[in-house]
Design a protein around this ligand. Structure first.
Ligand SMILES: [Zn+2]
Length: 294
């Protein structure tokens, strides 16, 4: 009887306080940040693939499965980004809402090693980022109707910030002559950026980092860099930079620094949020594209 009473009291106090946040899981750091901004204080976010880590080749841990098993909502990128996801979700027994943040994005495909694949890196365009925010807000509203007005207000404010940054990025890119807007990175993570902002990105590794670059492909890229006077050469925060270093030494092109491609940085580094990531990347891209090849 005593136990029953205390349990009843506990249940009552939780209901009155209403303080337990919604448990949300996001598959990777960029999406986790977006969910936290939209969710605010009402949502506790657990991110599976953390800062500076590569989602393409990630292997889920038991702690990830435990987080998903107790989640009330689960956010993924989709478009084939998390190749390990279907099997993983099945293994957790999770049956709650699974929100595909890229839903509604105009996706594009590319031919990679002879196969046509969908490019998953849709967040590298800020207008797609706004679509992600809409999907996140709708998802949270469905699991927490009391918080819906808050999520919608947070989303609206965030979308305004993303829209303002989008205009700023376009204005900055416009200062670089069109013929100079060519960039080399490790893998094909910036094709949505390229399409949205009018920059050509080339990479020795394809859409997923799990593929090995071919020697012939790398040789062709080196020839192209020399012939077209490409001056912007970047490593990425979450993939192997050795090939880019090799290309730099073979072409004599100076490295432009490190772009944030598929993951945010640690909190104390250059790109702890989605907005910071975009600002960081554009601040490095502009001078690297604009300079003359050495
Ligand atoms: Zn990638």
């Amino acid at each position: 009887m005593k136990l029953f009473l205390s349990l009843a009291l506990l249940a009552a106090s939780t209901a009155v306080a209403g303080a337990a946040p919604i448990e949300a899981v996001a598959s990777f750091s960029i999406l986790g940040d977006m969910v936290q901004v939209v969710g605010g204080d009402r949502v506790h976010v657990t991110t599976i693939v953390g800062p500076n880590a590569d989602t393409h080749v990630y292997e889920p841990k038991p702690s990830d499965a435990a987080a998903v098993a107790k989640a009330q909502i689960f956010f993924v990128n989709g478009l084939g980004f998390e190749g390990w996801m279907d099997r993983f979700v099945q293994s957790t027994g999770y049956t709650g809402p699974l929100i595909i943040a890229s839903n509604g994005v105009k996706s594009h495909t590319m031919v990679d090693d002879g196969a046509t694949v969908t490019d998953p890196h849709a967040w590298q365009s800020l207008s797609n980022g706004i679509l992600y925010v809409e999907n996140i807000s709708k998802g949270l509203c469905a699991v927490d109707t009391d918080g819906c007005a808050t999520y919608q207000a947070n989303a609206k404010k965030y979308e305004a910030q993303l829209g303002a940054l989008d205009a700023e990025v376009k204005a900055q890119i416009a200062t670089v002559p069109e013929g100079k807007r060519k960039v080399i990175t490790t893998h094909d993570a910036f094709l949505y950026f390229g399409e949205e902002y009018g920059v050509t990105f080339l990479a020795p590794v394809g859409i997923s980092t799990d593929a090995e670059p071919s020697a012939a492909g790398v040789a062709k890229l080196i020839t192209q860099i020399k012939a077209e006077g490409v001056s912007a050469l970047f490593i990425e925060n979450m993939s192997d930079g050795r090939l880019i270093q090799q290309i730099a030494s073979e072409t004599g092109v100076k490295m432009g620094g490190e772009l944030y491609a598929d993951a945010l940085s640690e909190p104390n580094e250059g790109a702890p949020t989605y907005l910071d990531m975009f600002k960081h990347n554009v601040a490095l891209l502009i001078p690297a594209m604009a300079r003359k090849q050495a």
